[in-house]
Write a protein of this length. Structure first.
Length: 420
């Protein structure tokens, strides 16, 4: 074979391979863009000038300037896209899987004070005797009264294995107590408060959608079935979402094979339609889903899929309205990128980004009542309502949304029994 012909053949083959790579990996197409190279040169020129001429030489270096530039550029796109340095990316991944480094408490702001609303079993705070309802007054010897919730959170956070000294005021006794608490890695359950609300109505709350949330929910449903559940209340209030694939698997537990769960649209107009697959474990009883303004993303996917397929009744308030999908990409140095790469549509074709999922039955609740409900849950198991009111200065509040859902579900179950 002629060597010149062979060289041309090899060149054509190489170009074909490169073209296939550019088609398969859109991020490589920038290498063919004149704008990309001009922007890169412009950025490099400014970076060199700033690094060499800025008056405070110790305050600038190429690495830090690039981190700042990338973060601000990506964050300017929308509220959900972000560039994260290694430590931030690690924290993001832990939070996405309900894993935290801390002392095992959840705190809220109530009446101008920072209050411990929940104490988790897995943390050092529970072992030391910290109680929900305790007021945080100091951290590591510093007075925290009057400080913001954000400041208190930042002071409590730290590396695993380190100690934080928490000073609290206990309204029950009026005493001041100091606790030396170790920061540890904590993995929280995503399905909690599994209980029968009446003889027929079961209840479970989903806090977030992580890898194993569907398995946790199946186990919870099995427990409730053994206790005689005839109808289920699925509480997605204040659930910020999580994994899309987990939400789809959870929907399959309630839907029939082939029913649409959602449609994902990319920037290239490609539709990826999720249909319910046949699953070994299903729940066919009546369902009410509780939602509110804190229900977002995967919560809205699940609630919308059940509503649009006439499988559940939604009770509560309009959801948050996050109808976009983020791709998460990790890089070699440990940093990561979270980028809005698609949007999703409910089975009806509704795009909810910025608008939210509307409930079938609206039942509103004050924001303060939500905090109080969390606070009183623990203490009402140990004291009467009168003692609780004298201790904390307010009478126990009623979960009005849950009450509405329970009454509706009980009425439906009674009607179905009468029909039989």
């Amino acid at each position: 074979m002629d060597k010149r012909y062979l060289r041309w053949l090899l060149l054509v083959a190489l170009l074909s391979i490169l073209a296939a790579q550019f088609d398969a990996r859109p991020e490589l197409r920038a290498f063919l863009s004149r704008d990309y190279w001009q922007s890169l040169m412009r950025y490099g020129k400014v970076l060199r000038i700033v690094e060499s001429e800025y008056v405070h030489a110790d305050d600038v270096n190429f690495h830090d300037l690039t981190d700042i530039a990338l973060r601000e550029a990506v964050r300017s796109l929308d509220a959900y896209s972000d560039y994260m340095k290694a430590a931030e990316y690690e924290e993001f991944n832990m939070a996405a899987n309900q894993e935290y480094v801390g002392v095992g408490i959840e705190i809220s702001e109530f009446s101008g004070r920072v209050i411990i609303s929940q104490v988790f079993e897995q943390g050092s705070a529970e072992n030391a005797g910290v109680l929900s309802g305790d007021l945080i007054v100091g951290i590591d010897g510093s007075d925290m009264r009057g400080e913001s919730l954000t400041e208190v959170v930042e002071r409590i956070r730290g590396e695993p294995g380190t100690i934080v000294v928490l000073d609290i005021e206990r309204p029950i006794t009026g005493e001041l107590i100091s606790f030396d608490l170790e920061r540890v890695a904590i993995a929280l359950d995503s399905v909690v408060d599994v209980e029968m609300k009446t003889g027929n109505v079961g209840y479970l709350k989903v806090r977030q959608f992580i890898d194993a949330t569907d398995e946790e929910m199946l186990a919870a449903i099995e427990t409730l079935n053994e206790q005689g559940m005839k109808g289920l209340i699925l509480d997605l209030r204040s659930n910020p979402g999580g994994r899309l694939d987990t939400a789809a698997r959870m929907a399959e537990i309630f839907l029939e094979e082939g029913q649409t769960i959602l449609t994902v649209q990319s920037r290239r107009g490609v539709d990826d339609v999720f249909h319910a697959r046949e699953t070994e474990h299903t729940y066919t009883g009546p369902i009410i889903v509780l939602i509110d303004g804190g229900s977002a993303s995967a919560s809205e996917i699940l609630a919308g899929a059940l509503r649009d397929n006439k499988r559940a009744l939604l009770v509560g308030e309009k959801s948050f309205g996050k109808g976009s999908v983020q791709s998460v990409i990790g890089f070699h140095g440990g940093d990561g990128l979270k980028l809005t790469s698609a949007r999703y549509l409910l089975p009806s074709g509704e795009a909810i980004n910025g608008t939210g999922v509307s409930p079938d039955i609206t039942a509103e609740m004050a924001a303060d009542d939500s905090i109080l409900l969390i606070l009183q849950k623990h203490h009402l198991r140990q004291m009467s309502e009168d003692v609780f009111a004298r201790t904390f200065g307010f009478a126990p509040v009623e979960d009005s949304q849950l009450k509405v859902a329970t009454e509706i579900l009980e009425a439906k179950l009674l009607a179905d029994t009468d029909t039989l």
